[in-house]
Design a protein around this ligand. Sequence first.
Ligand code: HPA
Length: 240
Amino acid sequence: MIGIVGGTHILEIDVLSDVEEKKIETPFGVAEVDMGRIDGVDVAIIQRHGKKKDRPPHRINHAANFYALKSLGVNHVIGMGSVGCLKEEYSLPSLIVPDDYIDFFSGVTLYNDSLIHITPGFDEYLRDVLVRTARKISSFPVIDGGVYFQTRGPRLETKAEIAMIKNFADCVGMTAGSEATIAKELGLSYAVICTMDNYAHGIKNEVVDYKEIVRKARENAEECLRIVGEAVKRVWEEKF
Ligand code: HPA
């Protein structure tokens, strides 16, 4: 089965038909999962900020979320996220499907009590599907590859932090690095498609405000979901 983990984008949008809401117990805690169908394809969806929208990025239980997906038979997971843009030359809104990430701060892992060291990275097949699909059906510019810099959150970054990290990454967010790590530790394929909804703090001469970011993310959500819906169908056809 295919899993989708969404954030701000899917909080307000009904994407599934025949929904069954589940609470899955895992060794790491309980995860809330919606099982249903997108255009006839079975999917399991997790809202990473929780159904009550009260889970800030640094308190998301990625281990429970991905463990729950795996226990339901999910093997491919598509993430959706909103990110800040670190490149002045990109026009917004754009879509980015990063091919690497930096996550120095989350410390997220399943392996606190054993000596296991995965080699991190996004899944190239899922990345390719997301890029192909986005290029085919979306009018937004699509950036194939690039580095996702994960901050711990929940606060936005200082100008000095952005001035430093923009030299090493293309976009900044608070979740995809952790999700990629946990997915890899569980042997799940994972890639993420992000809408670049704002320029990160200090990239342009404009104020960065969380409410404004959420407003833009919601505006761009339909486009992202349309792509993920199509991508899910492709993965289903090609892999199942
Ligand atoms: N910084 C961190 N996370 C984000 C941003 C940002 O500017 N925009 C959307 N998610």
